[in-house]
Write a protein that binds this ligand. Structure first.
Ligand SMILES: *Cc1c(COP(=O)(O)O)cnc(C)c1O
Length: 396
């Protein structure tokens, strides 16, 4: 998590910058890129960046040295991928496309995946005429995670993907022939064993369909760049699918591309007390700058800190907003926290910069890069205009 951080980095890098700020570590992104590239080279699969997890396009030229293209959740991300990773593949999946956006989408996307047979029938012909490769998202009805329905597209009542029952009812022979590929996305932060189980379910349910396809997209949720991920098992599964079914395989991880490649730097503004508890108020907010801490929820890693009671001084950390639930977690430290202390949260590249907000009028953190020479490079700063601009008609 913090393997690239040394104590002196606080003095040399982080204390120099205004907080709050996200810092993307180039070396970590390249390390992830190398792993993904080796999977591509050894198996012949293609790997796309799922932009909803990480769309800091200043890094697209770097990432394009390793991966095959981008995956989009709709028109805007498709356009971003086409503009900022030119020459690479652009794939799109959306729960439902609107008529207004579809024609424009045809300008940007190479692969278009539909969620339902109805959407396929509505837009499929236009996509084919524009020489696009088209696919249908299937729901293999196989959950490999429990208690996390918000991240489980196979949970009961899911709107994502076509079940075999719906396929039977709505897919005609003519439309099956038009299809180039199938897509499924069912995993979240999972290892290759979960993919193996899911692939068995796909084979069982759609064995008759697979020989008619050119490609299969295995979605995201593959935690490939996590140090203990079973890369050998992944490669084995990919080779088996490729040889048995003669399909071009796509993977579209978001998290794995920028896993552990970013930090959020902040400072302590005040320490308050409530009975026995000491609470540090920071210049960053969970609700605004790390929304997954509340939504997922999870407690992000904090450099130099440990869990409750492990070290001598325990603090609850929270943001300066008026939301009482704007809390990051409870951590312990070997020293007392003071105003102006710098704190460094890890795991802050994915689902952060693309998901933050200005609730409470909170300023947006700047975005920095720490390059291969450990130099800090400011990529983007935000101000009052970025808050006001979305709320009314005045342009400034
Ligand atoms: C979210 C998503 C991904 C990426 O998932 P990660 O968990 O970030 O790897 C890929 N494909 C689709 C369709 C998604 O919805």
């Amino acid at each position: 998590m913090f393997s690239l951080i040394k104590e002196e980095d606080f003095k040399d890098s982080f204390s120099q910058i205004s907080t709050p700020a996200y810092v993307v570590e180039e070396e970590a992104l390249r390390r992830n890129g190398e792993i993904l590239k080796s999977i591509i080279e050894e198996t012949g699969c293609k790997i796309l960046l799922a932009q909803k997890a990480f769309s800091n396009y200043d890094f697209y030229p770097l990432l394009s040295q390793y991966i095959s293209g981008t995956e989009a959740s709709g028109l805007y991300e498709a356009r971003l991928g086409a503009e900022e990773m030119p020459g690479k593949e652009v794939h799109v999946f959306c729960g439902a496309y609107s008529e207004g956006e579809f024609t424009e989408l045809l300008k940007y996307a190479d692969h278009i995946v539909f969620n339902s047979p109805a959407q396929l029938k509505k837009f499929g012909k236009a996509a084919k005429e524009a020489k696009k490769s088209i696919g249908l998202r299937i729901n293999p009805e196989c959950s490999t995670q429990e208690g996390h329905d918000i991240y489980d597209p196979c949970a009961p009542g899911s709107r994502l993907g076509t079940t075999r029952q719906v396929w039977e009812e709505e897919m005609t022979k003519e439309w099956i022939e038009e299809l180039d590929g199938l897509h499924f996305h069912t995993l979240c932060e999972q290892d290759a064993d979960a993919l193996e189980i899911t692939w068995k379910a796909v084979e069982e349910k759609f064995a008759d369909v697979l020989p008619k396809m050119k490609w299969i997209n295995l979605g995201g949720g593959h935690h490939i760049t996590r140090p203990d991920y079973h890369k050998e098992l992944l490669k084995k599964i990919l080779m088996e699918i490729k040889e048995k079914w003669k399909l071009q395989i796509y993977l579209e991880p978001g998290e794995a591309v920028a896993l552990n490649a970013g930090y959020l730097v902040c400072r302590v503004l005040d320490i308050v007390k409530n009975k026995e508890e000491e609470i540090a108020i920071l210049d960053t907010s969970a609700a605004c700058h790390m929304p997954d801490v509340i939504e997922m929820p999870y407690t992000p890693p904090l450099y130099g800190a440990a869990g409750v009671g492990e070290k001598e001084y325990t603090y609850r950390l929270g943001g300066p907003t008026c939301l009482s639930g704007d809390q990051i977690g409870i951590y312990s430290f070997s020293h007392k926290l003071q105003e102006k202390d710098i704190l460094l949260f890890g795991d802050m590249a994915i689902y952060t910069t693309c998901k933050n907000n200005t609730f409470n009028g909170m300023p947006l953190p700047a975005v920095w890069k720490r390059d291969m020479e450990k130099r800090m490079v400011k990529l983007k700063e935000f101000g009052y205009e970025d808050f006001k601009m979305r709320l009314g008609s005045k342009s400034r």
